[in-house]
Design a protein around this ligand. Structure first.
Ligand SMILES: [Zn+2]
Ligand SMILES: [Zn+2]
Length: 279
């Protein structure tokens, strides 16, 4: 089984059209390929799909399916949760008959205001600006807000896979906090607890490594060890934005999971997530 469910095309901030990813997956003898455009958010942005474009997005994927009988294609969205701002994930799933939803936090809302701290993207200055401007440079407050927003997403939204759930570390680069600090591990541990309660799938996301933005996978080994310990279901995601990124880091990630005692991955079988052994 070769698969990837976290893929961005030109319908959102990906750099290539859907058919190039499908071609590439077919060349690589993938069995399953899922698309996960960034869902619409209620303000101007250059990364999300427009809601009016979603029917064309799903139709494009469905139309390609007939040309690739050996490759199963799936339509999903990577939905952002911003408290009080974003539409419920179930709205997108039900309205557009999607196969799955990936839930993630890229945009952290400053409490009691409309200011948004963008923690993702290639520019570390934007991270640093939000930290200084919206949280007065109080990294503990800012990072806690990120985790609490993640907790609220897990508790209130319906989704399948939690995206890169410790992405908050990406632009930190060990400058403002370390992942060993007690307050940080408490928050991360609580996230694992909620993931278990909601039976979510965790992705091991390779993008930080192949883009050179982060030396570790999302999530870090400290969390992957808990994923192994509690038998939390896992998928490998390359979070590809170009077709050449489709398999980047995948084999290494699988070897890494095995070294931590994770021997199963998830795939879609008859509209359900099921596990299969890593060979
Ligand atoms: Zn993401
Ligand atoms: Zn993504």
């Amino acid at each position: 089984m070769k698969n990837n469910y976290h893929t961005h095309s030109t319908f959102c901030d990906g750099k290539e059209p859907i058919d190039l990813f499908v071609q590439r997956a077919s060349q690589l003898h993938y069995n399953q390929l899922g698309f996960s455009s960034h869902a619409p958010v209620p303000f101007e942005n250059d990364f999300g799909i427009h809601e009016e474009a979603i029917p064309e997005y799903t139709a494009t994927i469905h139309a390609l399916q007939s040309q690739y009988p050996d490759l199963q294609l799936f339509c999903g969205l990577e939905c952002d949760f911003i408290p009080g701002m974003t539409k419920p994930f179930s709205y997108f799933k039900n309205t557009f008959h999607l196969d799955y939803i990936i839930g993630g936090v890229h945009l952290v809302r400053q409490p009691h205001s409309d200011h948004i701290w963008f923690i993702d993207g290639s520019k570390r200055e934007i991270y640093d600006f939000g930290l200084a401007e919206y949280f007065g440079g109080d990294v503990r407050k800012a990072v806690t807000t990120f985790w609490e927003q993640s907790f609220e997403m897990i508790e209130t939204q319906q989704f399948d896979i939690i995206a890169h759930f410790d992405k908050i570390k990406m632009h930190n680069q060990k400058r403002f906090f370390t992942e060993e600090e007690d307050w940080y591990t408490k928050l991360a541990d609580h996230c694992i607890e909620l993931i278990r309660q909601k039976h979510l799938i965790v992705e091991i996301n390779t993008r930080g490594i192949y883009k050179g933005r982060c030396p570790d996978y999302y999530p870090s080994d400290y969390l992957l060890k808990q994923v192994a310990h509690y038998h939390i279901p896992v998928v490998v995601s390359t979070d590809a934005h170009k077709s050449e990124e489709l398999a980047l880091g995948r084999d290494e990630a699988i070897e890494h999971l095995k070294s931590l005692g994770i021997n199963y991955l998830m795939y879609i079988h008859n509209h359900q997530w099921e596990e299969y052994p890593i060979i």
